[in-house]
Ligand binder design. Sequence first.
Ligand SMILES: Cc1cc2nc3c(=O)[nH]c(=O)nc-3n(C[C@H](O)[C@H](O)[C@H](O)COP(=O)(O)OP(=O)(O)OC[C@H]3O[C@@H](n4cnc5c(N)ncnc54)[C@H](O)[C@@H]3O)c2cc1C
Length: 482
Amino acid sequence: MGNDASIDDCKSHVDALLSDRSHSKLQETSYPSRSLHFLGELPSNSSKGLTQEAKVKLNVFVAGAGLGGLATAIALRRRGHTVTVFERAPELGEVGAGIQVPPNSTRLLVKWGLLPYLQDQAIEPGAIRLRRWQDGSIIGLTQLVPDFRQAFGAPYLVVHRANLQLAMYRLALDLGIDVRVNSGIKEYDAETPSITTDDGKVWVADLVVAADGLKSEARKVVLGGTDQPPEKAGFAAYRAVVDAARMRSDPDISWLLESPGQNMWIGDQRHVMTYTIAGGKTFNMVLSHPEDSDPSTWRQETAVEDMKQHFRAWDPRLTKIISMISSTLKWPLLSGKPLPRWVHPSGKLLILGDAAHAMVPYMSEGAAMAVEDGAALAEVLSNVETREQVHSALRVFEKTRILRTGQMQEASLVNGKLLHFADGPEQRARDASMRPEVEGKRCVQSANQWSDPMTQIWTYGYDAEKEVARAWNRSRGDVPKL
Ligand SMILES: Cc1cc2nc3c(=O)[nH]c(=O)nc-3n(C[C@H](O)[C@H](O)[C@H](O)COP(=O)(O)OP(=O)(O)OC[C@H]3O[C@@H](n4cnc5c(N)ncnc54)[C@H](O)[C@@H]3O)c2cc1C
């Protein structure tokens, strides 16, 4: 149940339970609980509430063929809508090497039939190990295999971004989605709705969904002319890869490749996340550090040297790997705040993905949120009976998703604080709270948000389709207030 569960929900559940002399009203709770989860596994309940085919079929344009746009296109097409994707770039090519795909996202991707398109390119790490900056000793431990599949019904994967995008693109084509590269949108008419592409052509649809990224142009239109772009979070990340074969020949660091896993060194204002991608051939690194200056002043020529300086006194095994990096890309880290709306008052243009909810990457959930957005949009639209209900459905979608993604923006910022304590009392208390999980003891709470049981269930157990379907049922077709 989402956090917006109301007293009315609680009352109606209590009424239903009191009037029920059998088990037939035992379906869900208004309080957070997984005690009834097993009921969903029964054959008669397994697809309850999730309509496959939309009754009202729409002609939808999606702006942007990033991970958010492609996920949305796939989710909508699977429900029977006609979908065209417009992408400004001349070809698809995600940059930035690896990406983590957590179970709240993989559960949807598996359902959509994406995994065969990834072949053996995705890796399932066994655990996330948090390591002390100075000597690499393990201070936090999240067991992913087999725990995450068992708890959340889907794997935690890591993969090269380009492989994930290509897999989504191929699935989109096989589903009959028209993906047009070299087709930038220069204007949105939210009332018709229509778009004008860079070549001056005007295209008319029933609904326009803009997944056009951090610098979204559609966001300003949705917000009525005044943009609310994401803000600098005070950090930047170097992204780099190292050839795993080179690491294997050095006994100081080859142990990192013995089994697939994520290793993260954490220290004062900085951390380094690592894992292998490309079927184990490439060691992926994201090195986060404080940075407030304007990206236009950054110098690519000195990036590798600057990066080494940031981590020079860290664990010698880590600095040895860093010394193998020959080139790096530096990215500013931005965070948005929950926006007042995602849907234009016309009810015919909306934003999602990074355009709507940029976040710092410290929970590894930005793209996962975009996948959830696509799934939730397709689900809510599949519940409408008439075209007149589409706008109400979009408002339900918007309300549900602004809360979920706003809380994930918050959780990502919280993780940044937790990972970045300087040595001192807070760091020692944090490390003490993570000790039981390192010692293999049962953990009821942890400063490690990947391990903390409540944060885990909220993050990875979240079912984007069910949550929006429940919200739609609660709204009974009324337009909810934001
Ligand atoms: C360092 C770092 C690490 C990260 N790690 C993770 C992780 O491990 N897991 C995770 O889930 N997330 C992670 N993220 C977040 C994730 O990368 C983003 O949330 C995600 O890629 C956003 O996808 P999107 O489709 O919304 O936007 P984008 O990827 O920005 O795609 C937008 C697309 O729209 C196109 N476009 C823009 N304007 C127009 C126009 N006018 N007309 C047509 N096309 C247009 C662009 O060319 C682009 O292809 C990380 C981010 C960073 C910076």
